[in-house]
Design a protein. Structure first.
Length: 434
């Protein structure tokens, strides 16, 4: 048991040690001697652990190598953390032996040299060291992760450890430019299901990034980490990010997940992007995904798969708004409110007659500039720019450039409106040829 006198004495020691040590590097703590409440050398720090389910920023335990094996020293028993030693309350034989590290994140083993996601910087970086901040609380000590070092300081500390005096190493490291990320801006990546640490890591902060930023992060990661992060995203976020990713990586990612989840993701994608993706996948994989999809979405995508990819029909989406020429602006606004597709695909309201023949096109801006009772037929230009389904993608791109288009309707041989090509489709087309 820990006496009151011992706690009071440790509180004084603790306060003086914390005043002298603002932060401690993980690389310096590993291997540091640990002294128990009697002042006896109990062992050496082997690992520093956090329990993410309880507190993802606070160190829960130190793994101490003792003569009786590895023991868990709870940070609730810490009385001092210095640059060269650790002091604790109680006797080392009272500290429980380490039976299993399951549920723990061991900072040296699981974090150093690993790739992490810097949410603020929207990029992937590699961890060179971890900074820990001691905080005195009621006579004991809490250790919190303050930031991770992704620059030369941490690399120098670890490279020279044991080869030069600690003071000399720290002087040299302090001359290096600091590159650190606050711990709260870090998302961890768990990759190997066979690892000893089994943690359910949430990616809520990652999901709040723009899909293009998520795509960049996925492309920077190694394959195993990429699959782990992609698998953590919900279907809507995964679909949006997938549309921004290089087609070769799209195939790799979709091949790494179960067909039912892949189907859920494909259903959230724009139909044209979904068709392009399924067309790039192996036929048996594509068939499995189509089989898992809802009937309506499956039919929509299957129809697009029938077209050649390098044609207008192969580039078009079937998500568009079309109304009868006699409809009013008020009708169009009601239709817009009910539209469930991507808002970026809607820049124009298309007009079709009773036979679905394209007869007009009204820019969205016109809906703002005229009364709600105005008939849409009075707002359409005399000449409608459109292309046929078999038009080559080069000619399509030239039409966008020539007429400064935001969207281009696609018709079949009978002039029926079958789909729409949007500006972002052309940007993707041009990017693929750069």
């Amino acid at each position: 048991m820990i006496s009151l006198l011992e706690r009071q004495r440790s509180s004084v020691i603790l306060q003086s040690m914390v005043e002298n040590v603002a932060e401690v590097a993980l690389s310096a703590m590993i291997g540091a001697p640990v002294y128990d409440g009697s002042g006896k050398l109990a062992g050496y720090v082997r690992e520093v652990a956090i329990s993410p389910r309880e507190d993802s920023s606070r160190v829960s335990d130190l793994v101490v190598k003792t003569s009786d094996g590895d023991r868990l020293l709870s940070t609730k028993l810490l009385s001092g953390v210095g640059e060269r030693s650790i002091r604790a309350l109680g006797k080392s034989d009272e500290w429980p032996p380490l039976v299993s590290s399951e549920g723990m994140l061991l900072l040296e083993r699981d974090l150093l040299d690993q790739q992490i996601i810097d949410i603020n910087g929207r990029k992937v970086v590699r961890v060179n060291d971890v900074e820990l901040r001691p905080e005195p609380v009621n006579g004991t000590l809490k250790l919190r992760i303050s930031q991770v070092d992704v620059g030369l300081r941490g690399a120098v500390r670890r490279l020279l450890k044991g080869l030069a005096p600690p003071k000399a190493i720290e002087v040299l490291a302090s001359r290096m430019p600091e590159r650190a990320i606050p711990w709260e801006a870090v998302d961890l990546i768990e990759t190997d299901p066979a690892r000893r640490v089994h943690l359910k890591l949430e990616y809520e902060r990652l999901s709040r990034l723009h899909p293009a930023d998520i795509a960049d992060i996925l492309e920077e990661l190694a394959p195993a980490e990429r699959e782990a992060v992609f698998g953590s995203l919900n279907e809507e976020i995964a679909a949006e990010a997938l549309e921004e990713i290089d087609p070769r990586l799209q195939v790799e990612l979709m091949s790494s997940i179960e067909s039912d989840k892949a189907a859920d993701i494909v259903e959230e994608m724009d139909p044209d992007a979904a068709a392009d993706l399924l067309g790039d996948l192996p036929e048996h994989t594509s068939d499995e995904i189509l089989e898992e999809m809802e009937p309506e979405e499956r039919q929509e995508v299957a129809e697009l798969l029938a077209f050649q990819e390098n044609t207008a029909a192969g580039r078009m989406t079937t998500e568009y708004l079309a109304l009868h020429p006699e409809a009013t602006i008020g009708d169009a606004i009601d239709k817009l409110r009910q539209f469930e597709g991507e808002s970026e695909t809607i820049s124009t309201i298309f007009l079709v007659d009773a036979n679905e023949v394209l007869v007009g096109a009204v820019p969205l801006i016109s809906l703002v500039l005229a009364p709600a009772s105005t008939r849409l037929s009075t707002l359409t230009p005399e000449h409608i720019i459109y292309c046929e389904a078999g038009t080559g993608e080069r000619e399509v791109a030239e039409m966008f450039d020539k007429y400064n288009l935001l969207s281009l309707p696609v018709v079949d041989e009978q002039q029926h409106l079958t789909g729409v090509i949007t500006a972002d489709d052309i940007i993707s087309l041009l990017r693929s040829h750069i």
